[in-house]
Design a protein. Structure first.
Length: 377
């Protein structure tokens, strides 16, 4: 009797079952840890309140609790970790819906059915509430964000983009929320905090500055565009993360030939949300009006020769190490300013103070441009 070998299709089906099971088990374990820590934090706060809020009482309580827990459950309950757990409850006091708290306190856990029901973003879910796709490491990272609106934004974006805890930490360190919020009004800020980044128009896509410290390139006058381009392509996945949602890589050094003359576009992307091509020109050094004119030429060519009927108008982005917003303003017409953009790149991860100063400078330069646009309308 000949041996029967399982077909590839049959094997793939079994493998998918096991992979999904493992993923669900890992998600359930993560959620159970988060919930357990929240309940412990809640119990610590309630016990401290019986000590009339005295700081020395709370400190002593944590130290003695840590000694006992380490004997029974290992080193995961050190004094410093218990301080994190206590802060976790204070930072996310509404982690569980009111109707689940009593059940969780009685059973010290949520049922598997309840955990499964929270597997995806539901209309009833809000930032600050328990979500099984956020691990304890995610929550510890989020706890560093003091501003409530910014923390809610990072929660939502982590879930939308499936960020790992390391990716979340990088986005927080690069002040993604502040970079996106710098040109928004009060209503826009509210939307950012409750819905995350919503892309509806070209200006929603581009960040300024763009932080590309992951390239590992030194700040040097010897840096040339070709080295910068090669480094971006070698780190394309991380570069796409920094560019933001919707970017799909198309080509590099795309050649345009006109009457025997050759021109090369550094990077070409397609934006899947805006339904348009985005051409990126790399510049080492300060932006000039000639650089803007060159990119305008590329954008015009793409609009006339490459775009399909259902594509929206092409957008252009100049990535440069330095720029003068007045040069951009007076080189481009008001209509062109909605198609051509310029962003600075940072080859190192700036400190929060440096980024805040950069954003304030950008905001101060945006104000007169906005005023001019309003007068022309």
């Amino acid at each position: 009797m000949s041996e029967i070998q399982p077909s590839d299709r049959f094997y793939d089906r079994i493998r998918d079952i096991l992979d999904n099971t493992r993923a669900n088990v890992a998600r359930t374990v993560n959620t159970a840890q988060v919930l357990s820590n929240w309940l412990i934090g809640r119990a610590i706060i309630e016990e401290e309140q019986q000590g009339q809020h005295r700081a020395e009482y709370g400190e002593s309580l944590l130290k003695h609790l840590s000694q006992k827990l380490k004997q029974d459950f290992g080193t995961g309950y050190s004094y410093s970790n218990l301080k994190y757990i206590r802060q976790f409850y204070l930072t996310f006091p509404q982690l569980l819906p009111e109707n689940e708290i009593g059940h969780a306190v009685r059973d010290q856990s949520l049922s598997s059915a309840k955990l499964s029901s929270l597997s995806h973003l539901q209309p009833s879910w809000q930032a600050g509430q328990l979500h099984p796709n956020l691990s304890w490491t995610h929550y510890r990272t989020l706890m560093r964000v003091e501003k409530l609106e910014a923390r809610a934004f990072y929660e939502i974006e982590t879930l939308k983009n499936n960020w790992s805890a390391r990716e979340l930490e990088r986005q927080i360190n690069s002040l993604l929320f502040e970079r996106l919020a710098k040109s928004l009004d009060k209503q826009g800020l509210m939307q950012l905090a409750t819905q995350g980044q919503i892309i509806q128009k070209p200006s929603d896509v581009f960040k300024d500055p763009l932080v590309i410290e992951f390239l590992g390139l030194p700040e040097s006058p010897r840096l040339v565009e070709s080295d910068l381009e090669a480094a971006l392509i070698s780190n394309l996945q991380t570069f796409l993360l920094e560019l933001g949602k919707g970017f799909a890589f198309v080509s590099r050094q795309e050649r345009i030939t006109l009457d025997g003359d050759h021109f090369y576009i550094d990077l070409v992307f397609y934006h899947t949300i805006l339904k348009c091509y985005i051409l990126i020109d790399l510049k080492v050094g300060k932006l000039t009006h000639g650089d803007i004119g060159q990119l305008q030429f590329y954008v015009n060519y793409y609009d006339r020769e490459r775009c399909a009927e259902d594509d929206n108008p092409t957008l252009g982005l100049i990535l440069c190490s330095d720029k003068n917003d007045a040069v951009v303003k007076y080189t481009l017409s008001p209509e062109q300013q909605n198609k051509i953009f310029a962003s600075r790149y940072k080859l190192h991860l700036p400190t929060e103070a440096e980024l805040q100063a950069e954003l304030q400078r950008e905001i101060s330069q945006l104000q007169p441009i906005r005023t001019t646009r309003k007068k022309s309308q």
